[in-house]
Ligand binder design. Structure first.
Ligand SMILES: [Zn+2]
Length: 173
């Protein structure tokens, strides 16, 4: 297994130790900057959190995460496959897991690897994940927002507030 994000481990622990009934599942919508090392300034973080809470008023929580190191934000049970961004062939999960282990030292380094299919140099963040996953130091998330997909217009609004393009991750646990 690749290193698990701390946030996901916490969520599992909270689910086991908390009041949630076995077999119930949770969903998160997580927004991360397209540049994994980018952290918006504090005022923009607070504005974006406030706006996301208005967009998702029924969510259990809307939170900001700022990590010291680049962490991996996964899509949990929504994971289907990984594709090469160059030739679109499917990347073997085992190959990806080994690169995840290799790349992680002080957080994820996001060094370049050559893809097994067409030997194109890519970072783990360049791969096409279905559903989307990604790497970041900053994330804005809503737990159980009680709607399926984030409307494109809201995504663009949050991008304007945060001053960065965003990747949307739908995590199902
Ligand atoms: Zn390829």
């Amino acid at each position: 297994m690749p290193p698990q994000p701390a946030a996901a481990a916490d969520r599992h622990a909270a689910t086991i130790g908390g009041i949630r009934v076995c077999g119930m599942s949770d969903n998160w919508i997580t927004l991360i900057p397209d540049n994994p090392r980018f952290v918006p300034d504090l005022i923009k973080q607070a504005q974006a959190r406030e706006r996301f809470a208005e967009i998702a008023p029924a969510a259990d929580s809307v939170e900001i995460k700022v990590c010291q190191k680049v962490e991996f934000f996964d899509c949990g049970g929504n994971f289907e496959r990984i594709l090469c961004p160059s030739c679109r062939l499917e990347i073997p999960v085992r190959w990806w897991q080994l690169r995840m282990e290799q790349d992680y030292s002080d957080g994820f380094m996001l060094g370049e690897f050559r893809t097994p299919c067409c030997t194109k140099p890519v970072t783990l963040n360049d791969l096409i994940y279905e559903w989307p996953q990604g790497f970041a130091r900053f994330a804005l998330d809503a737990m159980n927002p009680r709607f399926g997909m984030l409307d494109e217009k809201y995504k663009e609004e949050l991008e304007r507030i945060l001053g960065t393009n965003l990747r949307v991750i739908y995590q199902h646990l």
